[in-house]
Design a protein around this ligand. Structure first.
Ligand SMILES: [Zn+2]
Length: 204
C-alpha cells in the first residue's frame, strides 16, 4: 500500500465515522444486550458477530472474520479495499480523495523540484571543482615557463582566480560566473603565447 492509500486509510480510521452506523447502512442487523449480532458472513443461529466502536473494527467469534471499518464495507459489498475507502468517502462526504490527490500532486511536484535543484547544485559543484583543478594545472604550467611579462600577467591573473575560489569555495560569487569555463580561458591565455612565438619566429 503506497503513501496515498495509507494516508486515506489513516484519515478514515481517525474520522468521526461510527462502525455501527456503517454496519446499519451497508448490512443491517439486530444486536443483543451483549452487543452480538448474527454474522452476515456465515450462517449461524447464535449471534457471535461483534462490532468494536472504539477502534472501528469487527470480529466474528464463529467464523473468525474480522477487520476494520474498511474491511467491513469491502466484504459487505464485495468490493476491493480501495473501492471500499472510496465508497465511504463518497457516502459520508469525507472529501478525502479530492484533498489527498491534490496533496499528493503538490508533494510530487515539490519532490521533483527539490531533486532538480539538488542535481543542479551537484553538477555546478563538479563543474567548479573541474575548473579549479584545470586552473591549478595551468598555474603549475605557467610556473615552469621562462618568466616574461605575459607569463607574469597570467600568473597573477590565475593566482587571483584561485584565491577567490579558495575564499568562496563552491558557492556562486562575484567575478566568476556560473558558466565559467576554465578550458576556454586557458585556451585564450595560451593563444597569446602561441601568437608571440609566431611573431618571434619561434614556430615554423
Ligand atoms: Zn461469522
Amino acid at each position: 500500500m503506497n503513501i496515498y492509500y495509507s494516508e486515506i486509510q489513516e484519515k478514515i480510521m481517525s474520522s468521526e465515522l461510527d462502525i455501527l452506523d456503517v454496519f446499519n447502512r451497508f448490512i443491517g442487523g439486530t444486536f443483543d444486550r451483549k452487543g452480538f449480532c448474527k454474522c452476515p458472513f456465515h450462517g449461524e443461529k447464535t449471534p457471535s458477530f461483534k462490532l468494536f466502536r472504539n477502534n472501528k473494527s469487527f470480529y466474528c467469534f464463529g467464523c473468525g472474520t474480522g477487520g476494520n471499518i474498511i474491511n467491513l464495507v469491502s466484504k459487505a459489498l464485495n468490493i476491493s479495499y480501495f473501492e471500499a475507502m472510496k465508497r465511504l468517502d463518497e457516502d459520508y462526504s469525507l472529501g478525502l480523495f479530492e484533498k489527498s490527490i491534490k496533496t499528493d500532486m503538490r508533494r510530487s511536484k515539490e519532490a521533483v523540484e527539490t531533486a532538480r535543484k539538488q542535481l543542479k547544485h551537484e553538477q555546478l559543484q563538479i563543474k567548479r571543482r573541474n575548473n579549479y583543478f584545470k586552473l591549478i594545472d595551468y598555474f603549475k604550467e605557467l610556473r615552469e615557463m621562462p618568466l616574461n611579462q605575459a607569463v607574469s600577467h597570467d600568473l597573477t591573473f590565475v593566482e587571483r582566480l584561485l584565491d577567490k575560489w579558495l575564499l568562496y569555495g563552491n558557492e556562486p560569487f562575484d567575478g566568476i560566473p556560473e558558466n565559467f569555463n576554465a578550458d576556454a580561458l586557458i585556451c585564450a591565455l595560451k593563444s597569446k603565447f602561441i601568437n608571440e612565438e609566431v611573431e618571434n619566429g619561434e614556430r615554423n
